[in-house]
Design a protein around this ligand. Structure first.
Ligand code: FAD
Length: 367
């Protein structure tokens, strides 16, 4: 039987409370880990606190488009279907993740929330996990909880006085609530550009950014960003200094963003300095009335469930070597960004990180 066939590999069958490995989080990173764990003889499970498959993607706005064509947005073993020149939609991605879980019969238990991870008093199981369904024991833990639970929300001066609506891109679904309004979209990345493109069809929009946004050429997509990450990774592996960055840009010109440019609305303005009850102020005396602000200002890793392990943290990161915690040798972290493995926050990149992580876990548990 081919190792890539849907029903090969080992999976934990009957739910138990003791495992060799518990993966926390069933988003794309959890699935990639599952793909490689099923090739091992370990007893393992994935715990996910959502009702349905898809992780962060289930919380994305309705019109979200991926950065790269389907084949370049695929997890290990099985390509997402789709045309070479089309960016998959949120629905395409959710359909793919759902089918992927089923295809490989990944043992995902949901909804189960891991409240906290502790060192276990019993030596044979290193960790005890306090979960929404009781205690579970694990010899190793892989944390793959993503970032969507931790939106970054700047606090501008006067922010509490603003009487309009403020929401983060994590809560944004579509432009319907903003029809006929004056809306500021804050942030210089892909989320801001896609949300601006949509809201500007029904509202008057100001695009506020700290730095001027940089756009990729129309014929260049997320594969370029991935290739750049690969070059940096290879240099790091070879012990070389990071290569100079020749970034062509950050924002991928998916169809909605190209359309916004063609309508003349893809125009940024500097970040405002304060808010009042009814609008925003800029240095130099400019002020604008606003009904709403959409903060597309990014996310931080969701690591609160690891607090009881008392690991050093800085800027919501904890030191890792590759994906392995420097301070807790039976803990790995996957998917949060480049600091947890090569391109590990992308669908295509997390496969390589997951393979390496599973091989380390296997080695550690068999040692
Ligand atoms: P998540 O998808 O967040 O999965 C983590 C899971 O763990 C979630 O289900 C969460 O609820 C659960 N969880 C969290 N805490 C606990 C807990 N304590 N107990 C149990 N479960 C828990 N990436 C690409 O590769 N290609 C793209 O084209 C692309 N386009 C993007 C476009 C935009 C506009 C944005 C904003 C992002 C895009 N991304 C893209 C990035 C991608 O969405 C995320 O990086 C990715 O979802 C992270 O996957 P993950 O598995 O690490 O985390």
């Amino acid at each position: 039987m081919s190792d890539d066939s849907p029903d090969s590999g080992h999976a934990a069958g009957v739910p138990s409370d003791r495992y060799d490995v518990v993966v926390i989080g069933g988003g794309q990173a959890g699935l990639a880990l599952g793909y490689y764990l099923r090739r091992t003889e370990l007893d393992w499970v994935i715990l996910d606190d959502q009702e349905i498959p898809g992780g962060a993607w289930t919380h994305a706005w309705d019109s979200l488009q991926l950065f790269s064509p389907a084949r370049w947005s695929s997890l290990p073993g099985w390509l997402m279907e789709g045309a070479e020149d089309e960016y998959p939609t949120k629905e395409d991605a959710l359909g793919y993740f759902t089918a992927y879980e089923a295809r490989y019969q990944l043992p995902i238990r949901r909804p189960i929330r891991v409240e906290s991870v502790h060192r276990a008093p019993d030596d044979s199981y290193r960790f005890v996990l306090h979960t929404s369904v009781g205690e579970l024991f694990a010899r190793a833990v892989i944390s793959a909880t993503g970032t969507w639970r931790n939106p970054v929300l700047p606090k501008p001066s006067g922010g509490d006085r603003f009487e309009g609506v403020q929401l983060h891109s994590a809560e944004y679904r579509n432009a319907v609530p903003f029809v006929g309004q004056r809306v500021a979209v804050v942030g210089g990345g892909n989320s801001a550009a896609q949300i601006l493109a949509e809201v500007s069809r029904v509202a008057e929009v100001l695009w506020c950014t700290l730095e001027p946004p940089s756009f990729l050429p129309d014929d260049v997509d997320g594969r370029y960003l991935f290739d750049q990450a690969t070059i940096r990774y290879r240099a790091q592996q070879a012990g070389l200094p990071p290569p100079p960055s020749h970034s062509l840009g950050d924002i991928v010109m998916v169809s909605s963003v190209r359309d916004a440019r063609d309508r003349g609305v893809l125009v940024h303005t500097p970040m405002f300095t304060s808010l009042t009850e009814t609008g925003a102020h800029w240095e130099g005396g400019r002020s604008e009335p606003l009904d709403a602000i959409v903060w597309a200002t990014g996310f931080k890793p969701a690591l609160g469930h690891l607090n009881a392990l008392d690991l050093r943290t800085s800027k919501r990161r904890t030191p890792t070597r590759g994906t392995r915690s420097v301070e807790e040798p039976r803990l790995w972290l996957v998917g949060y960004g480049g600091w947890t493995g090569f391109a590990s926050a992308t669908v295509i990149g997390v496969g390589r990180t997951a393979r390496q992580t599973v091989s380390e876990v296997e080695e550690a548990l068999h040692a």
